[in-house]
Design a protein around this ligand. Sequence first.
Ligand SMILES: Nc1ncnc2c1ncn2[C@@H]1O[C@H](COP(=O)(O)OP(=O)(O)OP(=O)(O)O)[C@@H](O)[C@H]1O
Ligand SMILES: [Mg+2]
Length: 375
Amino acid sequence: MSASNDIRSLFKQFGGEPELYQEFTRDEHGRGGSPRWPLLPGSPVPELAPLSALAPEPSPAPFGGAEQQAPAAQAEAHDWSAAGLRNLLAKMAENPTPASVGTPRVAQLRPALEHIRVISVISAKGGVGKTTLAASLASALRRAGRQVVAIDLDPQNALHHHFQAAEASGSVMEDAGVVQAGQPWQELGKLSDDGVFVVAHGMIDENHRQEFEQGLHHDPLWLARHLADMQLAEGTIVVVDTPPGPSVYLRQALSVANLAVVVSLADPASYTSLPQVDKLIAAYTQERTDFAGAAYVINQVDHSRQMNKNITQILRGLLGKQMIGLVHRDQSISDALAYNRNVLGYDPHGRGCHDILDCAQALIGRLAIAAPTAQ
Ligand SMILES: Nc1ncnc2c1ncn2[C@@H]1O[C@H](COP(=O)(O)OP(=O)(O)OP(=O)(O)O)[C@@H](O)[C@H]1O
Ligand SMILES: [Mg+2]
């Protein structure tokens, strides 16, 4: 079967708009690619572009369902009389605001976070590589000279396993974390040997987990408040790991995100789950002008498998500039965990490491963070 037949039958099987599909040649990809990774000495201070620079990428809207409806009242001039009000109320009844999954107007009440940039790593499906990529992207961003905090919002409490504690921090990455109420996160976190400040999720028994999640449900500003309380330096990048699918953790993570990094595999199950991610992002980021949209990373790409190769090509065509990179399947990426490392420290010359560095560079571009200036 030819590649074009393959692609036609994939569209038939999974839906999507074949006319949105674009073929990228290797040359075109190279031209659009980010520059090679700069390995900077020291830790110069980054300059943040204003939040207004966080213009969302024009979305090809491949999955449908993510579009936001502006309330009818905002779209047109109206009179301020009682009759005008009745008219507006009637319009609202006809066109109710899309369900916000109970999200209050978080953005308006939120503590100020303009001094930092938050990247939330998310997926609809489990096991796609969120934690692995969150950890290695955090290290890659740190290597590029940014101050980086990695926060684990997943009760699996796995993020800290991808880091080794710096000797100065005097201990291993232990089990205390965000579930410990009342303790400032500056004290809970540990500095990794590659310079990322890691705040683990922490271990919690089942009864307390339910209570904790109830608390998060009723306090949508919990994460925003903790981030504000940390008094992070201007330009710090915060990388937040989340559990798969809808959850109170995802809601917290998206309510502060400047960018949602969606991790997906190039397989049928991940492909069909992408509309759900779109809906979750739309539900939890609405009304936020400081949200730059979604950036997709296709993980565990394996060109020796025809289906994987074809779906990668389709996603590249559908997502356009929203796809910021791909990470090949690389045994070093999973082996690194055995040594409490991520792939940057474990196999710095491997393909996985290079892929991650390229993705981090693209993230910096999307976050509109100016190049660091030496002090
Ligand atoms: N590019 C890659 N190459 C090889 N193995 C990978 C790659 N990315 C992730 N893995 C492996 O895939 C498995 C799942 O990764 P990970 O735990 O990061 O997924 P996750 O999305 O965080 O899972 P969950 O949804 O349960 O939180 C791990 O064994 C990890 O080592
Ligand atoms: Mg995980």
